[in-house]
Design a protein around this ligand. Structure first.
Ligand SMILES: Nc1ncnc2c1ncn2[C@@H]1O[C@H](COP(=O)(O)OP(=O)(O)O)[C@@H](O)[C@H]1O
Ligand SMILES: CSC[C@H]1O[C@H](OP(=O)(O)O)[C@H](O)[C@@H]1O
Length: 396
C-alpha cells in the first residue's frame, strides 16, 4: 500500500479513474481497462475498474459534499482518511473481514481497494431471502477483535489517546448526532415518512419517557470514547456470501461506545425480520444470537490473553463491561430502527414492502419495537430476551 500526495483535489471521472490506476501500476501493463461509477450510498463516488479478464479494483472517492443532497451540503474530505485508516486498523486484528487497501491519497480523498463484486451486499441478499449462514459468526468475530484490541483494555493509555486524536471525526459524528439521535425525535423538516405514520411519529415526539432514554443514549455516543467503532454498521455496509463476510465503509469511525456497532447490526437484522413472513424470521434472530455469543467469546478470550488493564482479573469486571455493552447495544438498536423508519435515511428492507398497507403496518411495528428496545433495554438481558421482545410486538 502506498500513500501518494498529489497537488490538488478534483473529483474523478470514469476515464480519470482509469488513468489513475494505470499511472499507479495497479493493473499489469497493456491491460484493457473499463470503468463504471457504481456508488449507491448516500455520500461518495465508487468506481469499479476491470481488465479484460474481469479482474477488478475499486476506487472510492469522497466528494466535498454529501452526494445524496448535493453541493448545498458541504462535507469534509477527511472522511476518506478516516475510512482508509479504519480499514487498516481493523485489518491489523481481523484482516479476513475487511477489503485489502492498495493505495490511498488524502488530497484526492481516494482509496483503492479490493474488488468484492463476487460477494453481495448483505441487505440486498437478505431482502431476496438469502440466509448467509456465517454472517452472525463473522460479524461477532470482527467486532470481538476490533472492539477489544482498539480499547483501553488492550492499548497503553498514551497509544489509545493518540488513536482517539487520529480518529476524531466531528463532521461525520454530527451527521449521526443529528439524523440518528436527534431529528427523528422532534417534528423537524429533515424527517421523512408516509402520512399514515404521522400519528405514530407524533406519539414518539410526545413520549417524554422515550425522549429521556434517547437523550441518555445520545450522551453515551457523545462522550464514551471506549473503542474504535465502525460507526455505521448496517447491512448495506457488509458484503457477504455463503462462506465470506467483509465489512466496508467505515467513514463514520470514531472512538465511541462498545455497544454501538452491535446495536446497528442487530437493528438492521430486526428490520429485515419485520419485512419477512413469520416462518422466515428465525434465521435473523439466530444471526443476532450467534453474533453476540461469538462477540462475547472473542472479547473474553482477548481480555484473558491480552489485557493490559491492572484490574482485568478482578472478579466481575469483564461481566460488567459486557453487560453494559449489551444494554447499550439494545438501546442503540431501538434508535436505529426508529430513525430508519421516520428519519432522513431509510432502509430498503422496509421501504420495498408491498402492498402499501403491509408496508405501513411493518413500519408501525418497527416504531413500536424501536421504542420498546430503548425504554426496556435494562430488562433485556440476553439475545433470547431480545427475540422475545421482537415476537411480542404485534402487527397492528
Ligand atoms: N470494495 C468494494 N467492492 C465492490 N463494490 C464495492 C466496494 N466498495 C463499495 N462498493 C459498491 O459501492 C456501493 C457504495 O459503497 P459505500 O462504501 O457503501 O459508499 P457510501 O460511503 O457512499 O455509502 C456499495 O453498495 C457497493 O455496491
Ligand atoms: C445523508 S447521510 C444519512 C446516512 O447515510 C449514511 O449511510 P451510507 O453512507 O452507508 O449510505 C449514514 O447511515 C447516515 O446516517
Amino acid at each position: 500500500m502506498s500513500n501518494y500526495r498529489s497537488s490538488a483535489y478534483e473529483p474523478l471521472t470514469e476515464s480519470a479513474a482509469v488513468a489513475l490506476v494505470t499511472r499507479l501500476g495497479l493493473f499489469e501493463e497493456k491491460s484493457v481497462l473499463s470503468c463504471r461509477e457504481i456508488g449507491d450510498g448516500n455520500l461518495n463516488l465508487v468506481f469499479h475498474i476491470v481488465n479484460q479478464n474481469q479482474n477488478g479494483i475499486i476506487i472510492k472517492q469522497a466528494l466535498p459534499y454529501a452526494k445524496v443532497i448535493g453541493e448545498s451540503w458541504p462535507l469534509t474530505l477527511d472522511r476518506a482518511r478516516i475510512e482508509s485508516s479504519a480499514l487498516l486498523k481493523q485489518a491489523e486484528v481481523a484482516s479476513a473481514y475487511v477489503p485489502k487497501i492498495y493505495y490511498t491519497d488524502e488530497t484526492l480523498a481516494i482509496t483503492a481497494m479490493e474488488d468484492l463484486s463476487h460477494l453481495q451486499i448483505a441487505r440486498a441478499g437478505l431482502i431476496e431471502g438469502r440466509e448467509f449462514p456465517l454472517l452472525g459468526r463473522h460479524i461477532g468475530e470482527f467486532l470481538g477483535k476490533t472492539l477489544f484490541y482498539n480499547s483501553d483494555f488492550a492499548l497503553n493509555p498514551q497509544a489509545k489517546k493518540q488513536l482517539v486524536k487520529q480518529f476524531s471525526n466531528p463532521d461525520l459524528c454530527k451527521i449521526t448526532e443529528d439524523f440518528v439521535f436527534t431529528d427523528p425525535f422532534f417534528d423537524y423538516d429533515s424527517n421523512s415518512f408516509e402520512e399514515e405514520l404521522r400519528q405514530d411519529a407524533e406519539n414518539i415526539w410526545n413520549d417524554s419517557h422515550l425522549k429521556l432514554e434517547v437523550a441518555k443514549l445520545k450522551h453515551k455516543f457523545l462522550t464514551e470514547a471506549e473503542t474504535l467503532v465502525h460507526g455505521d454498521l448496517h447491512t448495506g455496509s457488509i458484503f457477504a456470501s455463503e462462506t465470506e463476510t467483509k465489512v466496508i465503509d467505515p467513514e463514520f469511525a470514531y472512538y465511541g461506545p462498545i455497544g454501538f456497532d452491535l446495536g446497528h447490526f442487530f437493528a438492521n437484522l430486526l428490520m429485515n425480520a419485520i419485512s419477512r413472513d413469520e416462518a422466515n424470521q428465525q434465521v435473523l434472530l439466530d444471526h443476532i444470537e450467534t453474533a453476540w455469543a461469538v462477540f462475547e467469546e472473542e472479547f473474553s478470550k482477548a481480555w484473558k490473553n491480552d489485557s493490559l488493564e491492572a484490574f482485568a482479573k478482578v472478579d466481575g469486571y469483564l461481566s460488567f463491561i459486557l453487560e453494559k455493552a449489551f444494554e447499550d447495544a439494545i438501546g442503540f438498536a431501538g434508535i436505529e430502527i426508529i430513525r430508519r423508519t421516520i428519519g432522513l435515511a431509510h432502509v430498503a428492507d422496509l421501504d420495498s414492502i408491498e402492498p402499501y398497507e403491509r408496508k405501513i403496518e411493518a413500519k408501525q411495528r418497527a416504531l413500536d419495537l424501536g421504542s420498546k428496545l430503548v425504554k426496556n433495554r435494562q430488562s433485556i438481558k440476553t439475545t433470547a430476551d431480545l427475540a422475545e421482545s421482537f415476537k411480542q410486538v404485534p402487527v397492528r
